[in-house]
Design a protein around this ligand. Structure first.
Ligand code: SF4
Length: 315
């Protein structure tokens, strides 16, 4: 177990033997919040190219027309020489990876699982875009499948303000149905969405911890180029950052470390069995407007662990 909380490595070690690596694939899905199925315009902070994969080797395998299996082979190639025993999880990350005809979806998932050493799937999607039939088919696939839902906040006013076009009740419902289907489930949240106070963020974490989830993933709000947020944010007369009349708080590293310490404590108190997968995200430098911390994920985790150590000594 990680020093202060259960981390993602702990979560994987409980389920898989040996070294595991996620390989991100872009299966060419679209987003129901952009194509009019659920909404138009997308979430105000979203520029999907900011979370398309860029493999550790620097080759962006998703931006071309490679098939799912070709992408996975390319990803494996990067790790295989150094870690010949490594096994892989295909991570369907970009856009909404359950938005499509169920037959076509299953074909793509099975294509991923047919790749040698790919032993499971992680499917990222919206909580309002997963039906029981699909969950049943995924549960019957015969290999581990982990569902990951973008919840982003537990506050419906916030979800509305950022044009998520779903509610917290839909997130809770998707979690319950996923657990009922027998699949592990994780939630993703953004800290610092327009209008949210620190108390609201902590409330979201506590609401998440009260659900039967296995993992949680957080990151700070990032203002990214070519998004509604970037275009419409402005500065109020008293010098505060605003978005459509709501305060927009851009975290400093120190502030965000402090928030994450409180989040870890709350999670451990409420349900120490939920793995915390990550705390930050770093959009590509050429797309990121703010905050420009220049920290890698592990560097942030080191800062956090140091602060947790201090807090632990004091208590
Ligand atoms: S964040 Fe997800 S749901 Fe929102 S617009 Fe982007 S792809 Fe669509």
């Amino acid at each position: 177990m990680g020093r202060f909380y259960k981390d993602y490595a702990d979560f994987l070690a409980e389920r898989f033997e040996g070294k595991m690596q996620k390989l991100t694939v872009n299966a060419g899905f679209s987003c129901p919040n952009r194509d009019g199925t659920i909404g138009r315009g997308g979430c105000v902070y979203c520029n999907n190219s900011s979370f398309s994969p860029n493999l550790a080797g620097g080759a962006d395998i998703s931006s071309n027309k490679m098939s799912v299996s070709q992408q996975l082979e390319a990803g494996k190639h990067f790790f295989e020489r150094k870690y010949p025993q490594m096994r892989y999880l295909a991570y369907f990350q970009s856009y909404t990876n359950t938005h499509g005809d169920i037959g076509r979806l299953m074909e793509l998932y099975c294509e991923a699982l047919s790749v040698d050493k790919v032993v499971g799937l992680i499917i990222g999607t919206r909580p309002d875009c997963v039906d029981d039939r699909l969950l049943g088919e995924l549960a019957a696939i015969g290999k581990p499948v982990i569902m990951e839902y973008g919840a982003e906040s537990s506050h419906d006013d916030t979800l509305k303000a950022v044009n998520r076009c779903h509610t917290w009740a839909q997130t809770a419902d998707a979690v319950e149905r996923t657990v009922a289907a027998g699949l592990p489930v994780g939630l993703h949240f953004i800290m610092g969405l327009p209008g949210e106070t620190r108390e609201m963020m902590m409330q979201t974490v506590e609401r998440a911890a009260s659900l039967p989830i296995d993992t949680i993933k957080l990151h700070q709000l990032q203002v990214i180029k070519d998004t509604v947020l970037a275009r419409e944010m402005d500065v109020s007369d008293d010098g505060r950052m605003m978005f459509r009349g709501l305060p927009l708080h851009i975290f400093s590293v120190e502030e965000y470390v402090g928030l994450c310490v409180d989040i870890v404590m709350a999670m451990c108190r409420m349900n120490g069995n939920i793995a915390i997968e990550r705390f930050t995200s770093q959009a590509p430098a050429d797309l990121l407007i703010a905050p420009r911390w220049g920290l890698k994920n592990y560097e942030f985790t080191n800062l956090l662990n140091r602060e947790l150590e201090l807090r632990n000594k004091k208590s």
